[in-house]
Design a protein around this ligand. Structure first.
Ligand code: BEZ
Length: 220
């Protein structure tokens, strides 16, 4: 509306490539600091509220990928603005109903310290709940990927696993990965920067080239 300025709180939110803001927080496994996780990959995710249907299915599904993430040197951290008692009661309820023991810490962000720093509350959707955000953070604590889903859509754990594997492959071999890439499949060759590079790759029999700018190669 003309003449009316919406007041928007100016918070500098993490972006891909920026340093993940450090925090200390109370969790179901005691106090944690993000900086304690240096040297490991972290998947930190928020959910809207304890004891809700989509979130419950997600918690069971996150636990199902917990060990595989651990094998990838990756720690899971959950978060909502619910209290520790609520988290504990919900976790016990999940154990009873699904025979699933939640092994990752869940932040009780009652003062919204972490969710505000990470832009997890989207007031246009809900001012009282965190949306379904996922932050993938690398061992140097750089934000590598951010995913947002609305309150009503449960996340796909296989995609989160695939994303971590793809990010790690890129970090290890400095190569991009194509659409739907899975471990073991060919990776992409970064686009050529010079005419000479473009010419050279068209002569390179070890590459599988569709065109001068689109070549695949075996992963190491
Ligand atoms: C759910 O987890 O089912 C849910 C939570 C908040 C809003 C809508 C759905």
């Amino acid at each position: 509306m003309e003449g009316v300025k919406e007041e928007v709180e100016q918070v500098s939110l993490p972006r891909i490539g920026s340093t993940a803001p450090d925090f200390s927080a109370n969790t179901t496994q005691g106090e944690i600091r993000l900086s304690d996780y240096k040297g490991k990959w972290v998947v930190m995710f928020s959910h809207p509220a304890d004891f809700t249907p989509v979130c419950t299915t997600e918690f069971v599904a996150f636990q199902e990928i917990f060990s595989e993430l651990e094998d990838l040197n990756t720690e899971l951290i959950g978060l909502s603005v619910d209290s520790i008692s609520s988290h504990l009661a919900w976790i016990r309820n999940i154990e009873k109903n699904f025979n699933t023991s939640i092994e990752f810490p869940v932040i009780a962000d009652l003062d919204r310290n972490v969710s505000t720093k990470y832009g997890m509350i989207m007031p246009e959707e809900s001012s009282t709940e965190t949306t379904r955000a996922v932050f993938v953070i690398d061992p140097e604590q750089t934000v590598k990927s951010i995913i947002y889903y609305p309150l009503t859509t449960g996340r796909n754990m296989q995609e989160i696993l695939r994303l971590v594997k793809a990010l790690q492959k890129t970090e290890e071999e400095k190569v991009p990965t194509p659409a739907n890439w899975q471990p073991g499949e060919n990776v992409l060759v970064p686009p050529p920067k010079t005419q000479q590079e473009a010419e050279e790759r068209s002569q390179d029999d070890s590459l599988e080239c569709i065109d001068w700018y689109l070549c695949k190669k075996k992963a190491e």
